[in-house]
Design a protein around this ligand. Sequence first.
Ligand code: FAD
Length: 401
Amino acid sequence: MNKVVQTDIVIMGGGIAGLWLLNRLRQTGLSVILLESGSLGGGQTHKAQGIIHGGMKYALHGQATAAAEAISDMPAIWKACLQGQGEIDLSNVPVLSNKQYLWSTGSLTSKVAGFIAGLTLKSHTEVLDKKNFPAIFQNPQFHGQVYSLEETVIDVYAMLRELMMPNQDIIFKIDPMEESHIELDEKDRLVSLKIHAAPMQTVHIQAQKYIFTAGGGNELLLKKLQHHKLGAQRRPLHMVLVKHDYDFPLYAHCLGLGTTPRLTITTHKAHDGKWIWYLGGQIAEEGVKLGTEEQTQVAKKELKELFPWLDFSKAEFASFYVDRAENSQPNGTRPDSCYFKEIENMIVAWPTKLAFAPLLATEIMQCLSHEKMKPCIADMRELRAWPIPALAKPIWDKLLS
Ligand SMILES: Cc1cc2nc3c(=O)[nH]c(=O)nc-3n(C[C@H](O)[C@H](O)[C@H](O)COP(=O)(O)OP(=O)(O)OC[C@H]3O[C@@H](n4cnc5c(N)ncnc54)[C@H](O)[C@@H]3O)c2cc1C
């Protein structure tokens, strides 16, 4: 006889999108479960730099774009959560930095001044006096300008832990989607999802709503549904990690000539207490065709050019590839905001940025409330003995000694 689980909502995928939504939906009284085929946050989320963008990054050519406008409300929402006064209590999540700096090298300083003056973003931008520059830019060899942006940087691992902790009874580990079986009725409504945790453990999940927040895994779902109108895209990155002996925790974007920062640096602590600089931005976008050794050489060269007063010859470098997974866009460009699409009783969603997770959850909840979804009888007994997925470790713990 089939083992059946009944719930109002099932969420597939436990990155930031699924976990945030799980926490919000639980507040509504609807029964909800989350199924994860890997580790929680182990897709893109644990590789995120943790910056709660206010939009500056999307306005680097001097005008507030649609993307910059869309994201400009996010810092206030996150700030409330981090202070324990928001829609989710994240007061136990360490804030790594209250601000992100933006710096220009000497030759680009006048350009920066021009566009900063023209910006009308909600996120505040302050031109710093030299005496207020972060310690690393106090060196006489630095001839650029430094700005301070209201962009909080959070500890992503701690945030994942906080989103998981109160929900351990409704989060379950399953085998990858290749193994899941989706049963649709004649109207293309999903009637049952057959999932596995081990060869001997198989359960049929029946829900009112199936929400797919599986990041890159959403592609497989769309393929299984043979849904041709909604597409997914991936935008690759080749990120770099640098573990060094300097006591310069830096959270900053370096302005380049393009619309993406030349370098975006966040700083994280290794097990041994040393600082790790995590490098993204243009270097990560342009490095996707390079091998690890070549990308390391590019990173070393960049650091030498940007910080000629520091010596990284003894630093430990690592790099890795990762895809950003989103709904597809004309020309494969970055979507301006988060996105979800309802397909019968399913929702397929991508946050586009970690910072957009609250907005995505709110929009999905608004969609559900329009449909006046009511709690039905929930029966989760068959999942009682199922495993809980592990929390993904920070990427630097995996790649650096
Ligand atoms: C290098 C990098 C740095 C970034 N930095 C920032 C930043 O500083 N600030 C910011 O706002 N954004 C940042 N982002 C973007 C942000 O990380 C992503 O937009 C966000 O993490 C996506 O979350 P998600 O939940 O959609 O996907 P994911 O985090 O990829 O989660 C999807 C989950 O679904 C699971 N899954 C897959 N298939 C299945 C299946 N069939 N069944 C069940 N589970 C499944 C996966 O195992 C995974 O855990 C960054 C992204 C990258 C790649």
